[in-house]
Design a protein. Structure first.
Lengths: 158, 293
């Protein structure tokens, strides 16, 4: 089986990789590029733990072949903090204790950031619907939603 | 498995036509990737169609819209004019999966997978959307209703690809709507889904109607008797009752834990009435805006 050569951009940096046809973008990120922030929960697009952005658009990296990344701009959880400075969403998740086991957290952060870029002032209902594709089996969601609402307020300067 | 990403639909069609083994088209991939992962299908060739310009654009045409088969539902639902003209079709597509899935999933993928409960299909059927198909023998145009046959089975021949779907111009006093029943509020598959499109004259008499019905038969249905019950009426209660009865009569659902035969049959009629009422409100609003939005 010959590999496919893919040129892409990940978190702003040009990245090239060779992958097998069957490998998903999630497989490539975790196993080829050592970027293990994105998690594999269900591998069928239901849980959102593998959320990334493709050209700014929220996507499950388990529902995309690595080969499909050719020429596209990928954003992952690793690109969200600036060095040691956490993104407001990350900080608020800590402040609100909005995580327990943490497996779903990277997906929630990527998804919430994509929401707030599109809609800086969402209602709680909008946050809940937007994040309906991110499953958390520990927290019961309430703290996560509060953390996102709080981060949104802070990012608006309120 | 080979992966190809051609630049033209003719090249894509030729690849599919000349493949001796199993070939699959990859648009959004939200169904195909799950099938690959679970071993449901083991194709020899996957043809990614997202680098074909005619398949990735939304173009205004004769007052309506031609939507490329690889356009994601998220992109479609951000197109304000398209959403204003065909809100029912757009809402149907928007109900499919999560935000993440919306970013990739396509309406034509939903159509060509031929699932009876495909949320975007009853709305397209009601709108009388026309699919443009390109294959080894050239191009043909087919009403969306004629594409699905049974779960996973379509009328597309080997080497044929749906390039785009055309939604015609909505009339001045016309409106559409899609409603589905699910046991929860989000992230579920329709137990019943109903898409309706109606047109009225200036006196409020229904001159045209189409009712598409999902999840209650082996494929999405066009319920002509339901349309007949509406045409010529002012959509009064008597006409709506007759339409509901016709819609329920068309159901041949399965019985499962998500909905019994009796439940699905009854709910189909109820949802059809509610969808007509929404479509009517939209048609009147559109007319009061001079046939726009």
């Amino acid at each position: 089986m010959s590999g496919i050569h893919v040129s892409t951009k990940i978190n702003g940096d040009a990245v090239e990789f060779v992958c097998d046809v069957e490998e998903t973008l999630l497989d490539v990120l975790r196993d080829k590029l050592g970027m293990t922030g994105s998690k594999e929960g269900c591998a069928s697009g239901d849980c959102g733990a593998c959320s990334v952005t493709v050209d700014g658009r929220l996507t499950c990296s388990c529902l995309m072949l690595g080969a499909e990344a050719e020429g596209h701009d990928i954003g992952t959880i690793e690109g969200i903090a600036k060095g040691t400075q956490l993104h407001p969403i990350q900080q608020k998740i800590l402040d609100h204790a909005a995580l327990q086991c943490g497996v779903c957290t990277p997906g929630f952060v990527v998804a919430a950031k994509a929401l707030l870029e599109k809609n800086p002032d969402p209602t709680e209902t909008e946050v809940r619907f937007w994040l309906a594709g991110n499953l958390c089996r520990c927290t019961g969601y309430d703290k996560i939603i509060r953390a996102v609402m709080d981060a949104a307020a802070e990012m608006r300067g309120q | 498995m080979r992966y190809e990403s051609p630049q033209t639909i003719e090249a894509a069609s030729a690849l599919l036509a000349s493949e001796a083994g199993l070939a699959r088209i990859l648009a959004g991939g939200t169904d195909l990737l799950v099938q690959l992962r679970s071993g449901m299908v083991e194709p020899d060739l996957v043809v990614d169609v997202k680098n074909i310009p005619t398949m990735t654009s939304i173009v205004e045409e004769n007052g309506g819209y031609r939507i490329g088969a690889a356009v994601s539902s998220a992109v479609m639902n951000e197109h304000a004019d398209l959403c204003a003209m065909w809100p029912g079709v757009m809402e149907g597509a928007d109900l499919i999966g999560s935000t993440q899935v919306q970013g990739r999933a396509t309406m034509v993928g939903n159509l060509c997978n031929c699932g009876p409960a495909a949320d975007s299909v009853p709305g397209m059927v009601a709108a009388n959307a026309i699919a443009t198909i390109v294959g080894p023998n050239g191009r043909r145009e087919v009403p969306v209703i004629d594409i699905p046959v049974a779960p996973g089975k379509s009328t597309l021949a080997k080497g044929e690809i749906v390039e785009s779907v055309f939604l015609p111009a909505q009339v001045k006093r016309g409106g559409d709507a899609y409603l589905r029943f699910i046991p929860r509020t989000e992230m579920d598959i329709a137990v019943v889904g109903v898409g309706v499109n109606i047109e009225l004259d200036d006196s409020g008499v229904c001159t045209h109607a189409r009712v598409g019905l999902g999840a209650v038969a082996i494929k999405v249905l066009l319920v002509e008797d339901a349309a007949k019950a509406l045409i010529g009426s002012k959509l009064d209660d008597a006409a709506l009752d007759k339409m509901a009865a016709a819609t329920s009569a068309a159901c041949k659902p399965i019985n499962d834990k998500r909905g019994t035969i009796e439940f699905r049959t009854k709910v189909a009629g109820v949802l059809a009435v509610r969808a007509v009422k929404i479509a009517l409100e939209r048609a009147n609003k559109r007319a009061s805006n001079g046939g726009e939005k």
